[in-house]
Design a protein. Structure first.
Length: 212
């Protein structure tokens, strides 16, 4: 399955009448946060493929527009604290960043630990039913000490790193870390997981597991 992963930045080649030509063969889209709702809704309407997303720390509770006010991107599936299936892939997501100021979509390390631990029963059930815990973990913030930075707003979550190490999804897609330096690492292999900083966009081929 060819997946378009987007995050943090509205790009002309995506927000374009040529999107179908630019991204031919895309079978699903995953948003890793800090993208306008209208942008994700445009992708839903033009590509006509499943779109999943989490919110970033800069997301708005209400996005005011000229003709419509949005509280979410229409037609897209919010992954925050939800287990979803995309074809035969198992997806789980967590929104937001480490709390560094007042506002929504930010969490302390403890709050993220509690949310992550709350998913353990579902992950165990996945292992029993499907033979694996998870295929794709989607977050806005990166895991602790992988792709993150040392300033408080851009530090990663310890609970997310724990989930990667314990449940070893095949992929972990995140955003939040803006990078314009081509020498900086966007993809890191950690244990059994390929961790991808999706800043802007990335196209990823994900082989499907065997049928359940």
């Amino acid at each position: 399955m060819k997946i378009l992963v987007v995050s943090d930045k509205v790009e002309e080649q995506i927000y374009s009448s040529q999107i179908k030509q630019n991204f031919a063969g895309i079978e699903a889209v995953i948003g890793c946060g800090d993208l306008p709702y209208y942008y994700l809704e445009f992708i839903v309407d033009t590509l006509s493929v499943p779109v999943y997303y989490v919110r970033g720390n800069h997301a708005k509770k209400v996005e005011f527009g000229e003709t419509v006010n949005r509280t979410s991107p229409g037609g897209a599936v919010d992954l925050h604290r939800k287990m979803e299936r995309c074809g035969n892939l198992l997806l789980l997501g967590f929104e937001g960043s480490l709390r560094y100021r007042p506002g929504p979509f930010q969490y302390t390390q403890l709050e993220m630990w509690l949310m992550a631990l709350g998913q353990v029963p579902r992950l165990v059930w996945n292992r029993i039913r499907f033979g694996r815990f998870l295929d794709i973990l989607v977050t806005h913030a990166p895991p602790w000490l992988i792709h993150d930075r040392r300033d408080l707003p851009h530090q990663g979550f310890k609970a997310i790193r724990w989930m990667v190490e314990v449940f070893q999804p095949r992929f972990h897609f995140h955003g939040h870390i803006h990078s314009y330096d081509s020498s900086e690492k966007f993809i890191t292999r950690h244990k059994g997981t390929q961790i991808v900083n999706a800043f802007g966009h990335k196209v990823v081929d994900v082989d499907l597991q065997g049928e359940d």
